[in-house]
Design a protein around this ligand. Structure first.
Ligand SMILES: NC(=O)c1ccc[n+]([C@@H]2O[C@H](COP(=O)([O-])OP(=O)(O)OC[C@H]3O[C@@H](n4cnc5c(N)ncnc54)[C@H](OP(=O)(O)O)[C@@H]3O)[C@@H](O)[C@H]2O)c1
Length: 358
């Protein structure tokens, strides 16, 4: 790796954040400011619309530069937090110019030559990157996979049936703006008692097919074959790839809820052998990156309102299925912008930087 360029002042590798102005990019800049500072220059890149804007990282103002080939000169690790089509075009360019790319979009996740990495679950996969691109999983998969990986290591996973309760920041800034605007229109009214009264009052639906304020929308992502959504297929395909279980049975129903940030999932996990709640508690308590919060008698279980802004995967409501001694029911919450996106990419980048340091 090359010595630092301008801005960092020390000799750490040069990091580029592509999409620094977006929902994930913004959280990434605060995570980079909080974690151990191993980087030299941190270069901020976005669309030409944002060129010249100043953003703060590590307590210093840094000017955003427009995406282009020259923006990757001297970059050792490039974190991509941009739409799929932008990653598809530019990640190979950054890689060809010598950077290791960590991509947060869906463009490369299922490419057999691109590892899909969760540092607590499959850190070894980071080294096998023939295209010099490493993919970061989708936020819904990431919100549960650290806990599921820990249970799989002990019990052997055979099937996952999940329902998600996904926050609007999973749709980027547009999702958050839409929820806040709709809530503004409904605040102080008594709407929500007649069919269609909320739909008529909110008007603009933003990126959603139905009102998101005071509602639940059983559709996330885009429509794919046989009625499944892209988000549901991602949970299935990505869980299989990360866990190294190509035959794992996975069924997902993805639902958008009026939460700003933090995805939740109910999980029915079936294992090869009988399980007990006490064993599951022990494993989850010891698992790095997991917090067990499971005392329903005391009102202790995770909720998005309490979990938002934190790093771990929170797990509660652990029960053994009443009709199946090999299955557990759980409720998990994870901040979709932190572990679900920015934190996981920062952790992967640190693994890459550690290779060179070693
Ligand atoms: N939100 C989540 O929970 C989440 C979780 C996991 C993964 N992801 C993925 O992470 C990526 C970013 O998501 P987001 O939610 O942060 O989106 P977002 O809020 O819409 O931000 C998009 C970012 O991409 C930049 N961008 C857009 N078009 C560009 C172009 N043509 N050239 C250069 N930069 C361009 C934008 O720059 P300007 O500001 O200059 O337009 C902005 O910085 C997506 O692939 C998304 O699927 C999101």
């Amino acid at each position: 790796m090359t010595p630092a360029g301008a801005g960092g002042g020390d000799r750490g590798p040069t990091l580029a954040v592509v999409g620094a102005t977006g929902a994930v990019g913004t959280v990434l800049l605060s995570i980079l400011s909080e974690r151990k500072d191993i980087w030299g220059e941190i270069r901020l890149i976005a669309s030409p619309r944002s060129a010249g804007r100043k953003l703060t990282v590590r307590g210093e103002e840094v000017e955003v530069v427009a995406l282009g080939e020259a923006a990757f000169d001297g970059v050792d690790v490039a974190l991509f937090d941009v739409p799929d089509e932008v990653s598809a075009q530019w990640a190979p360019v950054a890689a060809a110019r010598g950077a290791v790319v960590v991509d947060n979009s869906g463009a490369f996740r299922m490419d057999p030559d691109v590892p899909l990495v969760v540092p607590e679950v499959n850190p070894h996969a980071v080294r096998n990157r023939p295209r010099s691109i490493i993919a970061n999983p989708n936020c819904t998969t990431l919100s549960m996979i650290v806990a599921m990986g820990a249970l799989h290591a002990e019990f052997g996973l055979g099937e996952l049936i999940v329902s998600s309760y996904q926050a609007v920041s999973g749709s980027g800034k547009e999702g958050v703006d839409t929820l806040r605007e709709q809530l503004g229109k409904l605040a102080g009214t008594e709407l929500g008692t007649q069919p269609g009264d909320i739909r008529r009052a909110v008007g603009d639906l933003g990126p959603y097919p139905a009102p998101i304020a005071l509602n639940v929308v059983p559709f996330a992502g885009s429509l794919k074959e046989d009625g499944w959504t892209s988000e549901e297929l991602k949970v299935r395909d990505e869980s299989r790839k990360i866990l190294g279980l190509p035959e794992l049975r996975v069924t997902a129903t993805c639902v958008r809820v009026p939460v700003v940030t933090t995805h939740s999932l109910t999980v029915h996990a079936r294992f090869e052998n009988e399980v007990t709640v006490a064993q599951a508690h022990e494993i989850l308590r010891a698992a790095p990156g997991v917090v067990l919060c499971d005392d329903p008698a005391a009102g202790d279980f995770p909720t998005p309102a309490d979990v938002v802004g934190t790093d771990p995967t929170w797990v509660g409501r652990v029960r053994r299925s009443m009709d199946d001694p090999c299955a557990l029911e759980l409720f998990v919450c994870g901040d979709n912008l932190r572990k679900g996106a920015a934190l996981n990419t920062a952790q992967i980048a640190e693994l890459v930087a550690a290779e060179s340091a070693a």
